[in-house]
Design a protein around this ligand. Structure first.
Ligand SMILES: [Zn+2]
Length: 298
């Protein structure tokens, strides 16, 4: 009888222990789930960050991953990271340096050194600047190898979405702008054309379909890009111009603005609207302009 009681007690203890372990596991699972705060999937959000005279575009992809195309001039790195973190991301899955000019890669070495990066794409052209060298050093220190960003490369694709590189088709050593990586970001019925600083010369070489709902006007709205012919091929409803207030270059060009208006585009400018966020579920597009600028770190 005593033995029976003892073995019953043992079974009861074992059951209680198992229950306790199962309980703590599920509790851990719930806590883990809560801590993650993963961004909602199934939407494509493209954030045209106001980094003054320069480009930096952060995209939340429909599969929950993230992409950063360019990183503005120097000193924005810390606050670009803060912005990305505030959107619920702890990693940039795909980093793209459209071309090695300071207003596009300035803050990239800082971001590479201080944030988790999945992979990086750059055009196969080098620049003889300390900034470019610094970027390569930062990549080496993180064990990252550069992937060749050229026409025909798909950065990522998934359920009804893809990020495809459609240029450069060929490298123009004499003009780094015309080596810019051009990305077509598509989700469902909607698409974005991110053109870096590609000028007419490079845009003319593209063989892929240029049509897009949203066009990031090439080269900060300069007259060297966004010709009538290009506009006709892209046929966008929305144009975004990334440029600094009262910049020294006169960007955006008056003629480009006239052309965009004549084409019936809604125009958003980072010098006027600050950070512009355009989101789509694959069907409709929404534009938010209530965001602030990315501040330079002191
Ligand atoms: Zn530029």
């Amino acid at each position: 009888m005593k033995n029976k009681l003892l073995s019953s007690l043992k079974i009861l203890t074992a059951c209680l222990l198992t229950a306790a372990i199962l309980c703590s596991c599920s509790l851990e699972y719930i806590l883990f789930g809560e801590e993650q705060e993963a961004p909602p999937e199934g939407k494509l959000s493209v954030h045209f960050l106001d980094v003054g005279q320069g480009d930096s575009i952060f995209a939340e992809l429909p599969n929950g991953e993230s992409m950063l195309v360019d990183a503005g001039d120097n000193y924005y790195g810390e606050n670009i990271i803060k912005y990305i973190e505030s959107e619920g991301f702890k990693k940039i899955d795909y980093l793209v340096a459209t071309h090695p000019h300071a207003d596009h890669i300035g803050s990239m070495p800082y971001i590479v050194r201080n944030f988790e990066i999945g992979s990086i794409y750059m055009p196969k052209v080098s620049a003889n600047t300390s900034l470019y060298e610094n970027l390569l050093k930062s990549l080496k220190s993180k064990g990252l190898t550069v992937k060749n960003g050229k026409a025909g490369v798909t950065i990522v694709s998934g359920d009804d979405f893809s990020a495809d590189i459609i240029a450069p088709v060929k490298i123009d050593e004499k003009n780094l702008n015309n080596c810019s990586i051009v990305i077509k970001l598509s989700y469902g019925k909607r698409s974005f054309l991110l053109t870096g600083d590609a000028e007419t010369g490079e845009m003319k070489t593209i063989k892929s379909d240029l049509s897009a709902d949203v066009l990031k006007a090439g080269h900060h709205g300069s007259k060297t890009s966004t010709t009538d012919k290009i506009l006709k091929s892209v046929n966008p409803d929305i144009a975004v111009i990334s440029c600094g207030k009262n910049n020294d270059y006169g960007h955006p060009d008056e003629d480009v603005l006239k052309r965009l208006k004549a084409a019936g585009c809604s125009i958003y400018r980072t010098d006027k609207h600050k950070t512009v966020v355009i989101e789509t579920d694959g069907e409709s597009l929404t534009v938010e302009t209530d965001h602030t600028s990315i501040k330079r770190a002191s």
